[in-house]
Write a protein that binds this ligand. Structure first.
Ligand SMILES: [Ca+2]
Ligand SMILES: [Ca+2]
Length: 157
C-alpha cells in the first residue's frame, strides 16, 4: 500500500495547529488511519472513531475508557507514495543533500499556494515546519538529512 503523507488539523487537538503525519504506518490511531484514507488536499471530513480503533478500554491521557472519538479534520497538503529521492531533491534547492527550515518552508508555500489557496501567515508555515522537524530531525541539529528523510522506506516490504 502506498503511503500518503499529509498535513491535517483536528479541532479536537487543543493546540489546533496542523500536524504532519504518515498515513497507514500506525503513526496516528487506527481509526484515523482508516477514516482519512484517500483524502485529498483541501478536503474536510468528520471521522468518527469507535474505541476499538482508538484507545480502547483503557483510554489514554484525557481520553476516557471506551470513548468514541470524533475528529473534524482538514487536509492541507498531501504527497503520495513513499518519500522519494525525487521529492527530497525538489525540496533541496541548493542540492547540498540536507534540508534546512527555509527550504522546507519554501516547499510548503509553493505546494500550498499552487492550487490558488490564499497566502497564509508566515507562522502557519512555521508551525508545519516545526512539526516536520520534530518528527524527522532525529539528531535535532536543525537539518534533515537524506537518511532522516527516508526513515520510512524501511516500512516497505
Ligand atoms: Ca539544502
Ligand atoms: Ca538532523
Amino acid at each position: 500500500m502506498p503511503h500518503t503523507f499529509g498535513l491535517f488539523s483536528s479541532r479536537s487537538d487543543k493546540a489546533g495547529h496542523p500536524q504532519w503525519f504518515v498515513l497507514g504506518v500506525g503513526q496516528i490511531i487506527k481509526g484515523l488511519d482508516l477514516g482519512m484514507n484517500g483524502m485529498c488536499a483541501g478536503e474536510k471530513r468528520k471521522v468518527t472513531v469507535p474505541p476499538e480503533l482508538a484507545f480502547g478500554e483503557k483510554g489514554k491521557g484525557p481520553v476516557p475508557p471506551n470513548a468514541t472519538l470524533v475528529f473534524e479534520v482538514e487536509v492541507y497538503s498531501v504527497s503520495k507514495g513513499p518519500r522519494s529521492l525525487e521529492s527530497f531533491k525538489d525540496i533541496d534547492l541548493d542540492d547540498n543533500k540536507v534540508l534546512t527550515r527555509d527550504e522546507v518552508t519554501f516547499y510548503f508555500k509553493v505546494e500550498y499556494e499552487r492550487d490558488g489557496s490564499k497566502p497564509r501567515e508566515d507562522n502557519f508555515y512555521e508551525r508545519m515546519v516545526n512539526d516536520v522537524f520534530q518528527k524527522s530531525d532525529y539528531d535535532r541539529d536543525g537539518l534533515i538529512t537524506l537518511k532522516e528523510y527516508n526513515v520510512y522506506e524501511h516500512d516497505e516490504l
